[in-house]
Design a protein around this ligand. Structure first.
Ligand code: DC
Length: 220
């Protein structure tokens, strides 16, 4: 059976940074499932589909093809054949992704694709429902969290480094609204799987979190 590591947690907990590092150390693939929800959100924004209208979003889904491909070990996200990695990290897309990801048909479409990806490949997959829904039999499950203030600060620094103008308080509010929605939606809400290892990274360095996960992997 392929090695599968599920890593779930709230926005800005450091999942993608940590997952990439673990993937490199173990020479396995990293799958960012949030990027898939973001690509669907981008499609809705581009086509001026109101993301608050579940029926409109679900009707538009038939025109959306999401493909995850790997180039030199890095994930490229194709939206109807176009690599959209550069367009899916804006606050507008973050907010829209959090909304469209609460719709059942959106989740069904992406969960099926995520399970297919994990079938025969050793990988670490990050998201909100990987341990609880996508890969319930994952070899290792991690629930990575941090306080909302720490998570906002990290997102702020990331955006500032990329040259975006941003406001720390606004980012923290945005994170809290998304947490609330992700944790309280009806379908596959964000929660720690019973058998997941909890890591609170508020006062840990990236290296420490990576080392902790590799420690768990060595004990599998
Ligand atoms: O991890 P992220 O911030 O890129 O995720 C974007 C949104 O997608 C987030 O608000 C929650 C949603 N999401 C989800 O519902 N399930 C996943 N497996 C991954 C992300």
């Amino acid at each position: 059976m392929a090695l599968s590591i599920a890593i779930d947690g709230p926005a800005g907990a450091g999942k993608s940074t940590i997952a990439k590092r673990v993937a490199d150390s173990l020479n396995i693939v990293y799958v960012d499932t949030g990027a898939m929800y973001r690509a669907i959100a981008l499609y809705m924004i581009r086509t001026k589909t109101d993301v608050n209208e579940e029926l409109s979003v679900c009707a538009a889904l038939t025109d959306v093809k999401i493909d995850v491909v790997f180039k030199d070990g890095t994930q490229a996200l194709l939206l109807n054949g176009e690599d959209v990695n550069a367009f899916i990290r804006t606050p507008e897309v973050s907010e829209a992704a959090s909304i469209v990801s609460s719709y059942g048909p959106v989740r069904e479409k992406l969960v099926a694709e995520q399970r297919r990806l994990a079938q025969n490949t050793d990988m670490i997959m990050d998201g909100r429902d990987i341990g609880t829904c996508v890969l319930p039999n994952a070899s290792l499950k991690i629930y990575l969290t941090a306080s909302s203030a720490v998570r906002a600060k990290r997102r702020y620094l990331e955006l500032a480094a990329a040259g975006s103008e941003c406001d720390l308080d606004e980012i923290q509010r945005g994170i809290e609204v998304r947490d609330e929605r992700d944790m309280n939606r009806e379908i596959s809400p964000l929660r720690k799987a019973d058998d997941a290892k909890l890591i609170d990274s508020s006062y840990m360095t990236i290296d420490e979190v990576v080392e902790q996960i590799l420690w768990y992997v060595r004990r599998l």
